[in-house]
Design a protein around this ligand. Structure first.
Ligand SMILES: [Zn+2]
Length: 235
């Protein structure tokens, strides 16, 4: 029989051996995990997040001669399609930009000819504004549009039947037109966007173009899919 002190020594050695085996195994597991992560990273799956749903970026008041082509270049690189609600007068001034946007898969919608707000007194004028803008969009892109973003959100449901126009409002408004702070605009959009969000921006500002492309990169990596508004409204 072993005496008390020897027992303690043997037990200590045994525990030490068990601990060593355990540590060795843990080390092995850690190495395996590291190797696995490296394989996954190499295969490009590392950043893929689960699918979070569709969202739509929309740009009002354009096209702008400088900012819109810059935005189109960035969107093309990222293979992302958005919706532009253009004014008829800007289509008249920059038809090639609208044609290009349409050809690259973006949806072109109506934002009235002269950016007119519907009031109780201008119903007839407003109707003409919609029709003339539809006409010029069709002339330039070869496609009919049935989507309108009424300036300031003022709308009358009667036009939906009368003119076969569908109003497109928004649920995320980062107020990009009153701030040149790109980070602020990006943060605002990130904190309010969820599945099926329609984000309102304006392609007439450098800061908006920079912010929009950052938003695309971040939300795509988070698992969102960017689509044109028709895919959110009618799917
Ligand atoms: Zn507007």
């Amino acid at each position: 029989m072993l005496k008390g002190k020897k027992w303690i020594a043997v037990l200590t050695m045994l525990l030490f051996a068990v601990a060593l085996t355990f540590l060795a195994r843990e080390n092995e597991n850690a190495k395996r995990q590291e190797a696995w992560s490296r394989t996954v990273a190499d295969s490009g799956y590392e950043d893929e997040e689960p699918y979070k749903g569709k969202i739509a970026l929309t740009f009002d008041d354009g096209p702008h001669p400088v900012c819109t082509p810059q935005l189109l270049d960035g969107l093309k690189k990222r293979d992302v399609q958005v919706t532009f609600f253009v004014t008829g007068q800007n289509v008249e001034s920059y038809p090639d930009i609208v044609k290009r946007a349409s050809e690259e898969g973006h949806l072109i919608g109506n934002h009235t000819f002269h950016h007119v707000q519907l009031t109780a007194a201008n119903s007839d004028e407003f109707k003409k504004e919609i029709i003339s803008t539809n006409d010029i969009i069709q002339e330039v892109t070869g496609k009919e549009t049935s989507f309108i973003r009424p300036p300031y959100g003022s709308w009358d449901k009667k036009y939906e039947k009368e003119l076969n126009m569908f109003p497109v409002l928004w649920d995320v408004d980062p107020l990009d037109w009153c701030s040149t702070n790109v980070d602020k605009v990006v943060r605002n959009v990130l904190s309010h966007t969820k599945e099926n969000s329609i984000i309102l921006m304006h392609d007439s500002y450098d800061s908006t173009v920079t912010a929009a492309l950052q938003i695309v990169d971040i939300l795509k990596a988070e698992g969102y899919e960017f689509v044109t508004v028709d895919e959110i409204l009618f799917d």
